[in-house]
Design a protein around this ligand. Structure first.
Ligand code: NAD
Ligand code: USQ
Length: 404
């Protein structure tokens, strides 16, 4: 974008906001390996949540500095690092101006639905951090790099579970004889998921008003831990959350199977969501960057490869566990959330496939390796952190101290 040739510019420099997190670390290494120039921006707040709540990743993870040093020694590539909070516009401006990205991938949000439902202060933190952070990124692009492509991580949870098919971002409706293509209705079900809806609205508006180019990746639930690059060295290992606040469905079930904890199906277990392997997260983000949105375009992709109910996931993990000689039980836990437990779900997800995504579908071998991986680290599991502790209905204004 900074060249003067008439060739369409190829994005080269990618700023990864949230590059120390689960999706962001895997993506940073993948892009660096593919010869993109990468800069990580992160304020390390995710590591701070673990300290505050007494949680830890299943896998030991190196500091961001050691991770980047190790990547240099393993792959011979430099990743730049800017430690700071994107809610601080001065910091973000300096990072943006010094790096001058062609694309910004924005993973840098508080991403746990339960965390956002602990108490008022966590709900406010989540929406402030996520909505203001994204607004600052939009202003940075407008001020300092109008042509920069924003690739923003959204969530399938923005749509909720409507009783009709879910489209990719937009739906064409005929009403009283007139037809229009409109944003697909949003029905999010936590203060976290709502923060993503608010982000989407702000991004859509600035695409229209300022000509920002943006891609909203409505990602499903991610599973897995190893990617081509993070598997190259112990110090490049990714985090894997299994606790009741940050752990997500399939990853939790694999860790539960490994330590002999019954699988925690909430309520009736018919809750159906889109899922994808973390190896596909990195592929999807690369595809979005390599095929930028047009100026003024607000592009929406549904980023998942398969849909499952939690009951189906429990059955798959039980079978895979048996093959490995593990005794796997399932219990029904009273649902701590407010959500439909039996519902229609059929979501489109063709746009990334059209751009060339080759999905890694959930297979026996992946489940085997994920469970075996969890068995390898099972001594690090704190069984007290497995059961859910945050209730949607019991959220209150009073700050909740979380017992260790
Ligand atoms: P994560 O918590 O592991 O990583 C997020 C990173 O962003 C952390 O390193 C954190 O320190 C950083 N961060 C947060 N607020 C920041 C701020 N104000 N300034 C600078 N850095 C900040 O989360 P993840 O699982 O990697 O998810 C990444 C993104 O993908 C999130 O936006 C999330 O909503 C989305 N997503 C995740 C999943 C999933 O299953 N993990 C599924 C769908 C969508
Ligand atoms: N669930 C269980 N048992 C468990 C954990 C979860 O039954 O032990 C159920 C939940 O009730 C829910 C479903 O599984 O119905 C998914 O829950 P989750 O914790 O795996 O995922 P969720 O809260 O939706 O959030 C995760 C990420 C978030 C991302 C979202 C994508 O933390 O950042 O946005 O997945 S999506 O689900 O498509 O909205």
């Amino acid at each position: 974008s900074h060249e003067t040739s008439s060739e369409p510019s190829v994005p080269k420099k990618v700023m990864v906001i949230g590059g120390d997190g689960y999706c962001g670390w895997a993506t940073s290494l993948h892009l660096s390996n593919k010869n993109y120039e990468v800069a990580i921006v992160d304020n390390l707040v995710r590591r701070h949540f673990d300290h505050q709540l007494g949680l830890d990743s299943l896998t030991p993870i190196a500091s961001i500095h050691n991770r980047i040093r190790r990547w240099k020694s393993v792959a011979g590539k430099d990743i730049q690092l800017y430690i700071g909070d994107i809610c601080d516009f001065e910091f973000l401006s300096e990072a943006f101006n010094s790096f001058q990205p062609d694309a910004v991938v924005h993973f840098g949000e508080q991403r746990s639905a339960p965390y956002s439902m602990i108490d008022r202060s966590r709900a406010v933190f989540t929406q402030h951090n996520n909505v203001i952070g994204t607004l600052n990124v939009l202003f940075a692009i407008k001020e300092f790099g109008e042509d920069c492509h924003l690739v923003k991580l959204g969530t399938m949870g923005e749509y909720g579970t409507p009783n009709i098919d879910i489209e990719e971002g937009y739906i064409t409706i005929t009403h009283n004889g007139r037809t229009d293509t409109l944003p697909y209705p949003k029905q999010a079900s936590s203060f976290y998921h709502l923060s993503k809806v608010h982000d989407s609205h702000n991004i859509a508006f600035t695409c229209k008003a300022w000509g920002i180019r943006a891609t909203d990746l409505n990602q499903g639930v991610v599973y897995g831990v190893r990617t081509g690059e993070t598997a190259m060295h112990d110090e490049l290992c990714n985090r894997l959350d299994y606790d009741g606040v940050f752990g997500t469905a399939l990853n939790r079930f694999c860790v539960q199977a490994a330590v002999g904890h019954p699988l925690t199906v909430y309520g009736k277990g018919g809750q159906t969501r889109g899922y994808l392997d973390i190896r596909d997260t990195v592929q999807c983000v690369e595809l979005a960057i390599a095929n930028p949105a047009q100026r003024g375009e607000f592009r929406v992709f549904n980023q998942f490869t398969e849909q499952f109910s939690v009951n189906e996931l429990a059955t798959l993990v039980t079978k895979a566990g048996k093959k490995l000689g593990l005794e796997v039980q399932t219990i029904s836990v009273p649902n701590p959330r407010v959500e439909a437990e039996e519902h229609y779900y059929n979501a489109k997800h063709t746009k990334l496939v059209e751009l060339g995504l080759k999905p890694h579908l959930l297979s026996d071998s992946l489940l085997d390796s994920l469970i075996n991986f969890a068995v390898q680290y099972k001594d690090r599991v704190d069984p007290k952190q497995i059961m859910p502790s945050v209730s949607w209905k019991k959220i209150g204004a009073k700050p909740k101290t979380v017992a260790a």
